[in-house]
Design a binder for this molecule. Structure first.
Ligand code: P6P
Length: 339
């Protein structure tokens, strides 16, 4: 590692000095990095520590809860509890918003999926953490659930951590989108992907095609279009799907293309949660020049009515998200790709 390497903390200090990013946010991102280091270690060694497998009951949204889900949520709560900066945490693993701190310093709300893709944990496949920070409208009273029911456009910072072949933390504080790779030998996240730009179009799509029969005719027509390897109006696409939203969206962010989780008959609003999955990822992808939509509405324009509210998601390159919206509206390809 070069001594010129930019650590996460050095980057946060630079962002504070250059763009006057609130020092409180820098502290919160430092704590997110700390939590990510703990989770990276525990996830990689879980098989040796008897921490794989089910915790015994489903979480509040009906997903099977793994031991690592419970552990990850505890790590996140601990990482932010004594900062005094976080008023409340909305987590996939908690039925209700958890109140953390009151008072003038408790200016922030954290929305988080501590362990996204936890169905992958027992097979050593990629998993992730997704997070978003809001600033409270007021600190004159202790926080409540209403504080967390926000519109993604109000996010002041958001990002994710991918625990895969390497551990990568990607975040934006409203400016550039920057990625940091964990060097376990020094215990630091080092800047590895500065100023990430989502390609305007791509050749990858990511969706769970086992639901094909559950999707609308318009989405089925889109999938047929994307899967046509002999089309004359577009180059062939490749399909990639890992079962972990963070891993799939990270690939799309870097290489371009489209991830989508449409409505099904069983889930008319799709499976993914707005507050702690779709909105933070939409913030990051839009800051990198991509787009994120339900198919008919910009994700960041949706105000949450409940903390576990679901929404359909189409996210990635501007061109492919526009194509997705066109199919949802028209059920046919556009005459030409527009972005
Ligand atoms: P399916 C994991 O439970 C998750 O929330 C995302 O990480 C992932 O993309 C999606 O659900 C997988 O859902 O229905 O394809 O198994």
């Amino acid at each position: 590692m070069s001594i010129q390497a930019t650590t996460l903390n050095r980057h946060l200090w630079q962002q504070h000095k250059l763009f006057n990013q609130p020092i409180g946010l820098s502290i919160l991102m430092t704590q997110m990095g700390f939590a990510a280091k703990i989770l990276s270690r525990e996830i990689s060694l879980a098989a040796l520590a008897g921490k794989l497998g089910l915790a015994g009951e489903n979480n509040t949204t009906g997903d099977a809860q793994k031991k690592l889900d419970v552990f990850s949520n505890d790590v996140v709560i601990d990482a932010f509890s004594d900062t005094g900066l976080v008023a409340a945490i909305a987590s996939e693993e908690l039925d209700q918003v958890q109140l953390i701190a009151c008072g003038g310093d408790a200016q922030y709300i954290l929305c988080i999926d501590p362990l996204d893709g936890s169905s992958n944990t027992d097979t050593g496949s990629p998993v992730g953490t997704i997070f978003g920070f809001y600033r409270r409208h007021t600190t004159s009273y202790c926080s409540d659930e209403e504080d967390a029911l926000r519109q993604g456009a109000d996010l002041i910072a958001a990002g994710y951590v991918l625990y895969g072949a390497s551990t990568v933390l990607v975040y934006s504080g409203g400016g550039t989108v920057d990625g940091f790779t964990l060097d376990p030998s020094v215990g630091e996240f080092l800047l590895s992907h500065p100023n990430i730009q989502c390609p305007r179009d791509g050749k990858i799509y990511s969706a769970n095609l086992s639901y094909y029969q559950e999707w609308s005719p318009q989405i089925q027509t889109l999938v047929d279009y994307l899967g046509d390897q002999h089309a004359t109006d577009h180059d062939p696409y490749s399909m990639r799907y890992s079962g972990a939203l963070v891993a799939d969206v990270h690939r799309i962010l870097l290489e371009g293309g489209l991830y989508f989780y449409p409505p099904t008959r069983k889930r008319p609003n799709g499976k993914l949660r707005l507050l702690y999955e779709n909105a933070p990822l939409a913030f990051v992808v839009e800051q990198a020049g991509g787009r994120a939509s339900t198919g008919t509405q910009r994700i960041l324009d949706i105000k949450a009515n409940s903390i576990h509210q679901r929404s359909p998601l189409a996210i990635g390159s501007a061109s492919e998200v526009t194509l997705y919206e066109h199919f949802v509206r028209e059920g046919t390809p556009m005459q030409r790709k527009i972005a």
